[in-house]
Design a binder for this molecule. Structure first.
Ligand SMILES: Nc1ncnc2c1ncn2[C@@H]1O[C@H](COP(=O)(O)OP(=O)(O)O)[C@@H](O)[C@H]1O
Ligand SMILES: [Mg+2]
Length: 373
């Protein structure tokens, strides 16, 4: 998957910007506050319906406008017909959203996500190590979603069952345990399926992660292990029954697939407590790259990588290794930087590369500004 064209309107300080990215490396260069991160943010909104800066919609819409609009032509190399798919999303100050995929109104943002897998490498990526299990669960589920077609519906059903069970625990004591039996069974049925898909996925991800980490010249061992959210020797249904009294008292479900985690450890300790900041960065890059590689292997689908402010994050040696891995993946990459120099020499001459200069929310079209090869 890659973007052939991207139109951004009324999004942060980008009033009307049109990019024609290449299928390889796209460098976005500009001063602080020029609008570089906003371009990456626009791509991620197109992919997920949400911003990676986790802000409310009014913060994203240009201060002087009522709505933002994003439009792109997505090149789908896997499609037999209609390889170019137009997609668009707009949202107004009331948070009303319109999504269109291939000329049709889309039901939900998951349709965008399926078509346009995007991975973001930025300073928030550290959350994979230092954040709550939720961040790692979302990471795992992103991967499973893209390689297992059935996952989304099963996961949604497990969420619904959990919600109903929690509602009953909180407000429904008068209904007694008969009602709870129903939701125990529903939740545990979907929990087992979610668990199996996650476990299978992580088993495939681990070797991919280890080889990618080695390619990034990380020395040492980092272990990934999966915690499914309840005791590994006991069936989910039994755990729910055993926990019933406590769950009634607390008013929510303590154990289940909503508590799953991907434990990332060094010498049996959480990696975040042991590794240097630079080492942590390599580990999170390896995780995000490994996911893209695995998806490519299993489905042929390629992820788009958005890398925000690369030079600030890694020293030049490791930056080169990262660039080499991205290059071998032959996917579309958008990288921002204040200086072009640090990034132009990292690529072999055969890799397509385009450079965009951003200035005060506009692309600088002065001769020699946008260079392609
Ligand atoms: N809703 C908005 N409307 C207009 N400008 C905004 C809005 N939100 C942020 N900005 C401004 O957009 C500019 C671009 O920010 P950003 O993309 O983060 O810059 P860069 O990554 O190039 O340093 C900043 O100057 C910021 O103040
Ligand atoms: Mg920025």
């Amino acid at each position: 998957m890659s973007l052939r064209r991207l139109d951004i309107a009324h999004f942060r300080n980008l009033d009307a910007v049109r990019l024609q990215p290449c299928a390889g490396i796209n460098l976005i260069i500009g001063d602080n506050g020029a609008g570089k991160t906003s371009i990456l943010e626009a791509i991620s909104v197109l992919s997920t319906g949400r911003s990676f800066r986790a802000t409310r919609t009014p913060a994203i819409i240009n201060f002087e406008q009522e709505a933002y609009t994003l439009f792109a032509e997505v090149f789908n190399a896997l499609a037999e017909h209609q390889q170019i798919v137009p997609v668009g999303i707009s949202r107004n100050r009331q948070s009303e959203q319109q999504i269109r995929v291939a000329g049709q109104q889309a039901r939900s943002a998951s349709q965008l996500a399926e078509l346009l897998p995007v991975q973001v490498i930025n300073s928030d990526s550290f959350q994979l190590l230092e954040g709550s299990p939720k961040v790692r669960r979302q990471f795992v589920d992103w991967g499973v979603f893209h390689v297992e077609h059935q996952f989304f519906n099963i996961w949604q059903s497990s969420q619904k069952a959990l919600k109903q069970r929690n509602k009953l625990l909180k407000y429904g004591k008068m209904h007694g345990s008969e009602q709870l039996d129903i939701w125990d069974e529903a939740l545990s049925r979907y929990a087992d399926q979610v668990d199996r898909l996650r476990a299978d996925y992580i088993a495939m991800l681990v070797p991919e992660f280890e080889s990618t980490l080695a390619e990034l010249a990380f020395s040492g061992e980092v272990s990934l292990s999966y915690y499914r959210g309840w005791d590994k020797h006991t069936a989910c249904l039994d755990v729910l029954r055993q926990n019933r009294e406590k769950d009634w008292a607390l008013g929510f479900t303590q154990s289940g697939p909503h508590r799953a985690d991907l434990r990332i450890r060094v010498n049996k300790l959480p990696a975040v407590d042991v590794l240097s900041r630079g080492q942590q960065k390599l580990v999170v890059c390896a995780l995000l790259l490994a996911q893209g590689r695995l998806m490519q292997k299993l489905t042929g689908k390629q992820s788009i990588y958005l890398v925000d402010d690369l030079p600030a994050e890694l020293d030049s040696e490791h930056r080169n290794y990262l660039c080499q891995v991205l290059e071998t993946m032959q996917c579309q990459v958008f990288i921002t930087s204040v200086e072009a120099d640090a990034l132009t020499d990292c690529w072999s001459a055969s890799t397509p590369m385009t450079m965009f200069h951003v200035k005060h929310g506009q692309l600088d079209h002065t001769p020699g500004s946008d260079t392609s090869r």
